[in-house]
Design a protein. Sequence first.
Length: 298
Amino acid sequence: MVFLGIGFILGIILGSLVLCIASRALTGESFWGRSYCEKCKHKLAWYDLLPVLSYTLLKGKCRYCKKKISIEYLIVEICMGLLVGFLFYQILNGPLNILITPNGSLRILEFLFKALVISILAAVFITDYKTGLIPDRISFPAIKIALVYLLTLTAYKIFLIYYSLQNSMIGKYLLPPHSDYFFRHSLIATEVLTSGIAAALLVGLFFAILIFVTRGRGMGGGDLKLGVFMGLALGVQNVILALMLAFFMGSIVGLGLLLTRRKKFGQTIPFGPFLTIGSLIALFWGEEIIRWYMRFNT
């Protein structure tokens, strides 16, 4: 429960930032400026920005103009709290002394990156759902963050292999020129990087073909860039799962909208929200779902 609580607090803080990023990515405002009330434009003090708490104490109203604040703020902060709380528990749950070991540092790095991935996906969900747009101000930094993470993770894993061998009496003889052990295991350490890059290229190509075939009616450039980020963040297996889930959910919702006559045949619906939900499912439970599927089909 302690891990869930810590993760929830981190999550609601990130949720508040996500809303700011999503809003300013659309308006073109600087991400670093002070927050203000969207109704009266009054700049907000720090005590007006406490996630969940400020909204609750102010009863969903601006302290200065008394106009209602959208409940979207509370919903996003709570959802982010739950997601990051579960992520914190999933990755970092266990004795605290484990976290100061090399493997523990890898887990911390994984948590930080996945928390950022969740935040980016949440921002994309909000912007695409509300406006049908996935801003480049979110997509391009997201792709850069994913690349930096993959390169950093790979380099750190290779360093840990070298360090452990160098500081072992037997391990020294597994280093070059005595053995190819270090090179073989370093190659294994690059699997996450190669899987991410391969997935990004495959998804990017797949989406580009869809855009060309549908002439941009079935999918847009924002979806393509989101797909590249998904590939880098999830790797080949998980991104395939995420895409399958996204297309399945999109088909069900699209059919429902047609049957209820809320959409006409040929009209588009934002695909980003389905991609983000599919990605979140793959991020949390991708390996378990794939293992279950493989057992079920063997």
